[in-house]
Write a new protein. Structure first.
Lengths: 79, 462
């Protein structure tokens, strides 16, 4: 869990243009400034490219916070 | 008397629903628990064909077609990355989507409109995509029929996600109807019924008069009828959605809410998160996202273009006339302005001003939604700003039918009330006071249901 979270940090810092940004599993659209629908889609696609995985459309809604994302990524990376 | 498959009729409430529920509950206790599912399918098909039997073959062929396509596609297999296998799955996905869209377009734009076709078609497109992407296994015919024909949602949604509902059906197959859920369901149903037959249908009286004579509207009446339609549409469709969710709730099936106080929104982006939520979900996830994904590099302007395309498709989904295209396009443009303001201008408007601007914009767009033609819509919109028409003429029509006045006032108050129907039901307690309240609500609904201005649902036409 923590490994993936560490690897996610630079992606988040890049998308939200904030080098100081530090995310946790609980981080979500309410706690991170600028996390709107546009940032969300940017985030998803950046993660897909970086980790060479692909999320199903039906999975996108379930990712409400960073923890959900990491959990889903773990499953995908195992395959 | 019963001309349409709808919830707001005496036959549905006092005959169909009780018979269905009793049978459903009895069969749940039988040796083969799937009997209750067969009973539900039979009742759903009966409900669907009640108003017009000729719709039935259309629902059935769509249902069987999508069942077969999913079977041909087969389950998602992570182990096998064999190219021919993946290619054939993709072939069936594309074939399925194309034929669904052609099927819907033919009936929507070139023929008469079978009930619910817009809703069950996009629901099954989502099903095929989810199947392709491995979110679920292909359904058995029984399960597919169960979800697609499900009578609470078959005519006007909420647009269900097949795997979500099916999981619940599987989990509750041996459980009887719980008294708590049944009570909460009845309470929510009575709220929905009141919103539809008392409030929405009261607004419809002045709306119908106004839109039938758009060339003679005074400035004030133009505002009155356009805002009244905005109110009517919300109470009509959210009242229906409440009833659909309520019936499912009584069966132990949780359906996601479709409306969440949309007219409290302080931006257009917020509005679409609160209005017809199941359609917004389909548009953002299955149309907007694939468009954005198809761009190699994501930029602000490309995302905005995707928004405009997706919202225009949303408009076209409602109907083929120029007015629906404009309706979707206006919302696309509005969302772009909204995002541009948030990203580039970054000035926070006072809440009240933001709310007023949002409501006015929504109201403009709904003029195109309601008007019988493009010319009519322009006529209403110009009357709204023509100071020469600043007279009170036509205002007497507002109170012509006394029975419609109190519900219109209640409707306006409800828009601002602290809790909406979903929130009320979440904290619902079956106390004596609540019982009395809901009985009074139902009696009033019955009186209005018996009156001469009961209307069909607006979304029956989509």
């Amino acid at each position: 869990m923590s490994d993936i979270l560490d690897e996610l940090q630079p992606i988040f810092q890049d998308i939200f243009e904030d080098d100081e940004l530090s995310i946790t599993a609980e981080s979500n659209a309410d706690t991170v400034e600028g996390w709107d629908s546009l940032a969300h889609i940017n985030l998803i696609f950046s993660i897909e490219q970086e980790f060479e995985i692909k999320f199903a459309l039906g999975e996108l809604e379930a990712m409400k916070n960073v923890g959900d994302m990491v959990e889903l990524m773990q499953i995908k990376l195992l395959k | 008397m019963f001309q349409q498959s709808s919830f707001n009729s005496f036959e549905f409430i006092f005959l169909f629903l009780p018979c269905f529920l009793i049978g459903f509950n009895l069969l749940k206790k039988s040796s083969n628990s799937h009997y209750s599912h067969y009973w539900l399918i039979i009742c759903s098909l009966f409900f669907y064909s009640w108003g017009n039997l000729s719709n039935l073959p259309i629902l059935l062929s769509s249902l069987v077609f999508n069942y077969i396509i999913a079977q041909f596609m087969g389950p998602f297999d992570t182990q096998s990355s064999l190219r021919p296998r993946n290619l054939s799955r993709k072939f069936f996905l594309i074939l399925g989507i194309v034929l669904n869209v052609l099927f819907l377009s033919y009936y929507k734009y070139f023929s008469y409109l079978p009930l619910g076709i817009s809703f069950f078609t996009i629901m099954q497109i989502m099903y095929l995509v989810d199947c392709y992407e491995g979110m679920l296994k292909p359904n058995t015919l029984r399960e597919h029929a169960l979800v697609v024909s499900f009578f609470p949602t078959v005519t006007m949604g909420p647009i269900l996600r097949v795997n979500n509902v099916l999981t619940q059906f599987r989990e509750t197959v041996n459980k009887g109807i719980s008294p708590e859920q049944l009570t909460a369901g009845i309470a929510l149903f009575s709220i929905g019924l009141f919103k539809k037959v008392v409030i929405a249908d009261s607004f419809s009286v002045i709306v119908d008069i106004g839109y039938a004579s758009v060339s003679t509207l005074s400035m004030i009446m133009a505002w009155v009828i356009s805002l009244s339609y905005t109110m009517q549409l919300y109470f009509d469709f959210s009242g229906y959605s409440d009833m659909a969710i309520a019936i499912a709730m009584a069966l132990g099936i949780k359906i996601p809410i479709n409306f969440n106080s949309p007219y409290k929104s302080k931006s257009l982006v917020e509005f679409w998160q609160r209005w017809h939520i199941s359609l917004t979900y389909f548009i953002t996830t299955y149309i907007y996202t694939p468009i954005v994904r198809s761009f190699k590099k994501i930029t602000f302007s490309k995302v905005m273009l995707a928004t405009l395309i997706a919202m225009t498709i949303m408009g076209v989904w409602h109907g083929s006339t120029i007015n629906f295209i404009i309706f979707g396009f206006l919302h696309g443009v509005g969302l772009i302005l909204n995002h541009y303001w948030q990203k580039k201008i970054k000035i926070k408007l006072p809440n009240f001003l933001a709310w007023v601007l949002t409501i006015i914009y929504i109201n403009f767009a709904f003029v195109f939604f309601r008007a019988d033609s493009f010319i009519d819509a322009i006529q209403v919109l110009t009357s709204m700003f023509n100071l020469n028409l600043l007279t009170y003429s036509g205002m007497d029509q507002l109170v012509a039918n006394k029975l419609t006045v109190p519900p219109m006032i209640i409707g306006i108050l409800l828009i601002f009330s602290k809790r909406n129907s979903n929130q009320i039901i979440k904290e619902f307690n079956p106390t004596l006071l609540n019982l009395i309240g809901f009985i009074i609500l139902t009696i009033i609904s019955m009186i209005y249901l018996n009156s001469n201005f009961t209307q069909e649902y607006i979304y029956n036409d989509f």
